[in-house]
Design a protein around this ligand. Structure first.
Ligand SMILES: [Fe+2]
Ligand SMILES: [Fe+2]
Length: 477
């Protein structure tokens, strides 16, 4: 997995920048719970100071700057990924809580000044009624000769940004975490709705980027990541089916909540390696009615859409009413339940789970789903889903006839070119890993009149030790 990287500046290395961010994240957190003299805090402060000192060997100052959803360290934009997202998010929130846009440390800083600064900052955040103006005033009086603060520019809005797909994806995971954790807490469906609206806006212009991000699996907890993936894929499918915006919002919110009943069932059942016994299986299947029950009690009070209750109850029901829970009444399930049924199945079998011996690549998953389609899915919905994902879904690794290996990053929308997506080259013809360009497989060599490259077969990224998601995250920021 790649680590935090940046577009390089001549001085500061990406490793030093990541070190600074990591240590800053730790000391900002610790400064709120420990006295400045606490040995644990002192030790971490020392490590933070060392990371800054390392930077001062090449640069006269370290300027940490937030603009929209990105961090810049000495003007170099820092990229983030699944591994370092928490660090990014935590420091971002500390800045936002104090309306700080830029924090600069200048050479000459010593450990005592840094420690004093952290102790100064810890109690002063906006939730305690400290505006940036007041903070700046007190900062001035406390005198920190080697530290400077600047207010966050107006355009950096602390809410969801429309700019980049990846923060939207991650925020979805954290929002659901917040929402699912406390059964007694209000669900804050208005935030889910807002988040779903951002997703819809993004899908209009960046569908393949967002579908690419559903290759992120098991980030935080399985069910949270899975719910975000199911929401994205359901919305993309809903758009293809011609649903209007209010319908898409209902569908998206319902998709987010489809597995909420899992939180009423012991983790041990979900995470049991191997086959469940009949009792455990029956309990696991209860997540559908449990979810519906949880949501039903909140439609009036919290604005949970009624469709969400049906989706929670019905998303494992097959067209012939097989699956679970058993429906006695022979009626068609809700359209949104049938949509979620298809994409839920896809996301589940493409995700590694302790109890599932085989994880399918996107290409294998579609092939399997085609085989079981008649029994499992509404055939029209599956057909639309398969067309949307393409012959080689985004995230498929392909061996090319040129000897190179390419990762599918975008489908070709032209009819007749479904096997000719846009791929990023990730190895050269000799099998060496490269950070290659994106090439269009529809490109023809004018000398020969033949396609330059063609996918010969798909590959399993695990065999090559590749983290497909990291390439797609890189592309989405
Ligand atoms: Fe489920
Ligand atoms: Fe599910």
């Amino acid at each position: 997995m790649t680590t935090l990287t940046e577009e390089q500046t001549p001085g500061l290395s990406s490793k030093t920048a990541l070190d600074i961010m990591t240590h800053l994240h730790i000391v900002l957190k610790l400064s709120k719970v420990y006295e400045p003299t606490n040995s644990n805090f002192v030790e971490r402060l020392g490590a933070c100071f060392q990371s800054l000192r390392q930077a001062f060997q090449t640069d006269t100052e370290v300027e940490i700057d937030i603009r929209r959803d990105a961090f810049f360290v000495n003007k170099a934009r820092m990229k983030f990924n699944v591994a370092n997202y928490l660090i990014y998010k935590s420091v971002f929130e500390e800045f936002l809580a104090r309306e700080i846009g830029t924090m600069t440390f200048a050479a000459g800083l010593d450990e005592a000044e840094l420690g004093r600064f952290l102790a100064f900052l810890a109690p002063r955040d906006a939730s305690k009624g400290v505006s940036f103006e007041r903070l700046a005033d007190e900062f001035e009086r406390a005198v920190f000769p080697h530290i400077r603060l600047k207010k966050i520019p107006e355009e950096v809005h602390p809410e969801l940004s429309e700019k980049s797909a990846i923060p939207i994806f991650m925020m979805g995971v954290y929002h659901l975490k917040d929402m699912f954790e406390g059964e007694r807490k209000a669900m804050r469906i208005h935030l889910t709705r807002r988040w779903v609206q951002s997703l819809i806006n993004h899908l209009i212009s960046h569908e393949s980027l967002l579908i690419g991000l559903t290759n992120i699996k098991n980030f935080q907890e399985y069910t949270l990541n899975h719910s975000v993936n199911v929401c994205i894929l359901s919305l993309a499918l809903g758009r293809r089916l011609g649903l209007n915006r209010p319908e898409l919002i209902e569908l998206g919110v319902s998709a987010c909540l489809h597995d909420v009943g899992k939180f009423d069932i012991d983790d041990a059942v979900w995470n049991k390696p191997g086959k469940l016994d009949p009792g455990e299986r029956a309990l696991m299947e209860k997540h559908s009615p449990y979810g519906a029950g949880r949501l039903a009690s909140r439609t009036q009070t919290e604005g949970v859409p009624e469709a969400a209750i049906e989706v929670a109850l019905e998303h494992h029901i097959k067209p012939g009413l097989g699956g679970y829970p058993r429906y006695l009444e022979r009626r068609r399930t809700h359209l949104y339940s049938r949509i979620v049924k298809v994409v839920d199945y896809y996301d589940a079998i493409t995700t590694k789970r302790i109890y599932r011996p085989k994880t399918f690549t996107p290409w294998e998953a579609l092939r399997l789903m085609k085989e079981v389609c008649a029994e499992e899915f509404d055939p029209l919905l599956f057909k639309t889903f398969a067309e949307m994902m393409g012959v080689y879904p985004v995230g498929t690794l392909g061996a090319l006839d040129s000897g190179e290996v390419g990762l599918v990053i975008e489908n070709n929308p032209l009819p007749g070119f479904v096997t000719r997506p846009l791929v990023k080259l990730i190895t050269d013809p000799d099998g060496r890993k490269i950070d290659g360009p994106a090439v269009d497989l529809a490109e023809v060599d004018p000398d020969t009149g033949r396609f330059r490259r063609t996918i010969l077969k798909t590959l399993d990224p695990d065999v090559y030790g590749l983290q497909v998601a990291d390439y797609l995250i890189d592309r989405a920021q």
